[in-house]
Design a binder for this molecule. Structure first.
Ligand SMILES: [Zn+2]
Ligand SMILES: [Zn+2]
Length: 333
């Protein structure tokens, strides 16, 4: 309710004042929220960046009207810009990659794509509505040249051949909902083992997992499949802090904020200011700031604040104030 009134007031102001009001509210509410843990005594602030790398797979069954092939194409184009800049600045990130992208190609068998895989039952969640057809209907059953939105062994090679030591993490095989409500044991086990198979060919054994749609669940399956760390927010008011160990022994690192928020009226200069505040406070508190993003973000976002934030991370690290780690590297912190 308060948020609604605030948004109404904010949107009635000229843009310049909207930004000033946002900055004022950000400051007086003491954002970003920091949760201390006395078990941790870091020498510096840490930044972790994770990318949900998925091309076309994340957007099918979306409740929003979107053009999937346009998003996949933009993600492929952005990928090169992003990884080049990361490598220039030597900023390693965690690429949480959809398992299907590791394939060169796939075929329709018995009339179906991936006929031997389990499928989710029909469901609806906050983002997706899957109520008809087959879960893999969108799969072109082609190859990475004919259908570059569905396969990406070429891009994965680029990550692996980078001088910077990026991490490749798991983001499920077909980008399905891992919550207990919309999945079942055999489906989750099949999704994870199919990822393992497709990643084995690249010599990758992922230890980090990022939930598709940030829809949490199936923690014990992840533990059983050998994952060590997940991106998971147990406490909503925690933006900066430290990893937690869950009951089943998995380590969980919260995310701090998405780097590709897109809301009407947001000014990219304001976002740049805000993201810098996250880094500054992580430095100040010697805590972890974990940014996550979709590489399909708009070109304007990329130019106006995403790449500048990478530059800022780089300069603060050069100043000796900050470390950059991947999710995997948090395990031994
Ligand atoms: Zn396929
Ligand atoms: Zn995703």
């Amino acid at each position: 309710m308060i948020k609604k009134i605030y948004n109404q007031i904010r949107s009635s102001l000229p843009q310049k004042y909207q930004i000033e009001l946002s900055k004022f509210v950000f400051r007086i509410t003491d954002k970003p929220f920091f949760v201390n843990d006395e078990n941790y005594d870091l020498k510096k602030g840490i930044v972790v960046v994770s990318a949900d790398f998925e091309l076309a797979w994340a957007w099918r069954y979306s409740k929003k009207k979107i053009n999937i092939s346009e998003i996949a194409e933009r993600e492929r184009n952005n990928f090169h810009i992003i990884i080049n800049r990361l490598n220039e600045l030597d900023i390693p990130i965690t690429w949480a990659t959809v398992g299907h992208l590791f394939l060169d190609s796939c075929k329709r068998e018995n009339g179906k794509a991936h006929w031997d895989m389990y499928r989710p039952n029909y469901f609806e969640n906050e983002y997706w509505k899957y109520k008809y057809g087959d879960w893999f209907d969108i799969d072109p059953c082609g190859n990475y040249k004919s259908d570059p939105g569905f396969y990406a062994p070429d891009l994965i090679e680029i990550i692996l051949n980078s001088k910077t030591n990026h991490e490749i993490a798991c983001h499920s095989f077909s980008h399905c909902d891992f919550s207990e409500r919309n999945s079942y044991s055999k489906l989750i086990d099949a999704e994870l083992s199919e990822c393992r198979k497709s990643m084995d060919k690249f010599g990758i054994r992922p230890v980090s997992f990022v939930f598709p749609g940030n829809l949490y669940g199936s923690f014990d399956h992840l533990k059983k499949a050998g994952f060590k760390i997940i991106r998971y927010k147990a406490n909503d008011s925690k933006e900066l802090g430290y990893p937690e160990i869950l009951k089943n022994g998995l380590m969980a690192i919260h995310d701090s904020i998405a780097l590709d928020v897109y809301e009407d009226g947001w000014d990219n200069n304001y976002l740049l200011w805000k993201y810098k505040k996250y880094i500054d406070k992580a430095i100040d508190k010697k805590a972890i700031c974990h940014f996550w993003f979709h590489p399909s973000l708009q070109y304007k976002q990329l130019e106006e604040y995403f790449l500048p934030i990478l530059n800022y991370i780089h300069s603060q690290r050069e100043n000796g104030k900050l470390e950059v780690l991947t999710m995997e590297q948090l395990i031994t912190l």
